[in-house]
Write a protein that binds this ligand. Structure first.
Ligand code: BES
Ligand code: MN
Ligand code: ZN
Length: 496
């Protein structure tokens, strides 16, 4: 794991493999960003020309290596593009992405100094977070020699001597980055190793380490409690399901948040089996539960004055002689009945049980997070999650909170007329309705299970949870840590 530190010592004196500086596209060509002054001086006024000669333009994602000039102790200088230069500085996302690209480029190095703009706490937090996220790599299953390890140590260099705010900002970034990376690890762990039982065991061990109260309902307890949704999805697998409660409490808290995560450790579709081409990435179907767990741990590490309870609805969706059939009726936790028309619409079944259970404890707010529908990916693409809620106000607020946290989201409606497309002749509701607007239909299904008087929102992260194409900015291939920052930001703003 990459270590993150902050230092006000002189950049030229830093003993490291590399110094990272920022460059941007100015109106008259490449400009060197703030923070790199000492390095520019060591190049005796030739830095901009040198970079231009090497073809650098300052474009976002661009990297250019230069040998270190005399007087600089580091081995080489890495210039990373920030995109268009703006008069009022760079926004957080530009800094996070540039730091991320730099950290990824520096895989294999032992130590690097980040000389990107870091005068304000906001800037320092962005640089630190981008660096930690960009350095991430999932190496646990690689045995071949010669594979590069993530950069060992990243030092954020700032001119603000003795600033408490900068130190606190880098500490916040460390928690957020490490917890997003925890969620990524959980998502990337192959489903033959991450199953409901092993996920629950991780939650218990990590929860203990961070002062959380963790309770696990195993298949016996779930049967006794009448959790028909979670059991119905899990009963086709030799890996039995679990419902995990992870509670963080603060003595001065005035509000309580409940986060509910879809934790399908593998989604084969069940008897409504997914065809090849649709199942290769379905280990990512527990990304909601991973985000929820990581967010609760982060709330605890940050000591936020708010109570946060996470509910992880864990099951493996497999076909077998004991699997739920299309046509079966499940009796959900709390008593509602559901006709299962498609066993591949399993996420809403495990979430329904967990949402009812979460509601029994009377939280002010429930936010569920799920890789719920392919329809949401079709609607919003693979970098934006959908936000739905029974309250337009809360939906819009969460969308804004996500934006402040640096995540792309979009408010989606819950059109009432779609509810009747889930009418069932035999049960209270079917688990499938209109294919058109399928993401909204899924949202309307979940809404049926939210107790009156509780504020509720649903985040469909099916698009951004798992990144399949080339890495960009601080986003690697595979698990991304989607929704962690949004949940933590909601907790921060609830704590006040
Ligand atoms: N886990 C999938 C949704 C998904 C699709 C996540 C692509 C990530 C990427 C979910 O369980 C599912 O299969 N949904 C079905 C629902 C349908 C049968 C009503 C879907 O979206 O096709
Ligand atoms: Mn499915
Ligand atoms: Zn699924």
């Amino acid at each position: 794991m990459t270590a993150l530190s902050v230092s006000t010592s002189s950049a030229t004196a830093l003993r490291a493999d590399a110094l990272v500086i920022g460059v941007a596209k100015g109106p008259k060509g490449l400009v060197v960003a703030a923070g790199a002054e000492a390095v520019a001086e060591a190049f005796e006024g030739k830095l901009t020309d040198l970079l231009a000669t090497l073809g650098a333009t300052g474009a976002e994602g661009e990297t250019t290596k230069l040998p270190a000039p005399a007087g600089v102790k580091a081995g080489f200088v890495l210039a990373v593009g920030l995109g268009d230069a703006a008069e009022d500085g760079f926004d957080g996302e530009a800094l996070r992405r540039a730091a991320g690209v730099a950290a990824r480029t520096l895989a294999g190095a032992k130590k690097a100094g980040l000389l990107l703009p870091a005068e304000s706490a906001e800037e320092a937090e962005a640089v630190a977070l981008g660096g930690l996220l960009g350095a991430y790599d999932f190496t646990a299953y690689r045995t071949t020699e010669g594979g590069k390890e993530p950069v060992g140590e990243l030092t954020v260099l700032t001119g603000r001597k003795g600033s408490k705010e900068i130190k606190a900002a880098v500490e916040r970034a460390t928690v957020l980055g490490e917890e997003m990376n925890r969620a990524r690890d959980l998502v990337n762990t192959p489903p033959n190793d991450l199953n409901p039982k092993s996920f629950a065991a991780i939650a218990q061990a990590v929860g203990k380490e961070h002062g959380l109260k963790v309770e696990v309902l195993d298949e016996k307890a779930l049967t006794k409690g009448g959790f028909g949704g979670i059991l119905g999805v899990g009963n086709g697998s030799t890996n039995p399901p679990r419902l995990v409660k992870v509670a963080y409490t603060h003595p001065k808290a005035t509000g309580t948040l409940a986060f509910v995560g879809k934790g399908i450790t593998y989604d084969s579709g069940g008897i409504s089996l997914k065809p090849a081409g649709h199942n290769e990435t379905m280990k990512c179907d527990m990304a909601g539960a991973a985000a929820v767990f990581a967010a609760v741990v982060a709330a605890s590490r940050l000591g936020l004055a708010v109570n946060v309870t996470g509910w992880l609805a864990l099951a493996e969706n497999m076909p077998s002689g004991s699997a739920t059939r299309p046509g079966d009726v499940l009796r959900m936790y709390g008593g509602k009945t559901v006709e299962v028309l498609n066993t591949d619409a399993e996420g809403r079944l495990v979430l329904a049980d967990a949402i009812v259970r979460a509601g029994e404890e009377n939280p002010d707010t429930i936010v569920d997070v799920a890789t719920l529908t392919g329809a949401m990916v079709l609607a919003l693409g693979d970098r934006t999650f959908g936000v739905m809620s029974s309250s337009d106000e809360f939906r819009d607020r969460l969308h804004e909170i996500a934006g402040r946290a640096g995540e792309q989201s979009w408010p989606m409606p819950l059109p009432a007329e779609l509810r009747k497309t889930m009418d069932s002749p035999v049960a209270d509701i079917a688990n499938m309705g209109n294919r058109m607007g399928g993401g909204l239909v899924a949202g309307l299904f979940l809404k049926e299970f939210v107790a009156d008087g509780i504020e509720w929102a649903h985040l469909d992260i099916a698009g951004p949870a798992f990144h399949e194409s080339a890495p960009y900015g601080y986003t690697p291939k595979g698990g991304t840590g989607s929704a962690v920052r949004t949940l933590v930001q909601l907790a921060v703003e609830t704590a006040g």
